[in-house]
Design a protein around this ligand. Structure first.
Ligand SMILES: [Zn+2]
Length: 162
């Protein structure tokens, strides 16, 4: 068996060579299988180094990136489904729930951007309790501070001339 010192924990002959290994990556319940991986794994600390003369690192990274994109698209589709269930347009959703620019929401729904966690949680709450939308509409009226103006009271000074 091929062994060598671990570059991470320093264990002598800690790293053992492997090949033909399959691994399953998983993000939010979605999985990607990567087969025929080759590299070194430390028996002491678990550190893995892919073989440089194979495409293992490339394929492993690609599968990870692919999963992240798939997760963003899954959340985007979920946001869109809930918005439609609530009979809200994108514009109404921005005004009522997310604030910010109009562009962001459509990018969330297309899976190009990961929405803020608070917005995802709010949408999921509304998915579970749609009647709360009426409460949100009432609360939103008093919460919008964009039209907030300073009101300056100017006292009228009466000049008395003696
Ligand atoms: Zn190690």
């Amino acid at each position: 068996m091929k062994t060598r010192q671990c570059f991470s924990c320093g264990a002598r002959e800690g790293m053992r060579h492997f090949e033909g290994r399959g691994e399953t990556l998983s993000v939010k319940g979605m999985e990607r299988r990567v087969n025929d991986l080759a590299g070194w794994e430390c028996q002491q600390c678990g550190e893995v180094e892919w073989d440089e003369n194979t495409d293992s690192a490339e394929r492993y990274t690609e599968a990870g990136d692919d999963l992240v994109i798939a997760a963003r698209q899954m959340i985007g589709a979920e946001m869109k489904r809930i918005r439609r269930k609530l009979h809200l347009t994108q514009k109404e959703t921005v005004q009522l729930l997310s604030g910010g620019g109009h562009n962001a929401l459509s990018r969330y729904e297309r899976g190009e951007l990961l929405p803020p966690k608070a917005l995802v949680l709010l949408m999921r709450l509304l998915d579970r309790y749609p009647y709360m939308l009426a409460d949100i509409q009432t609360l939103a009226e008093g919460a919008d501070l964009r039209g907030f103006k300073h009101i300056v009271h100017k006292e009228h000074e009466s000049l008395s001339v003696s």
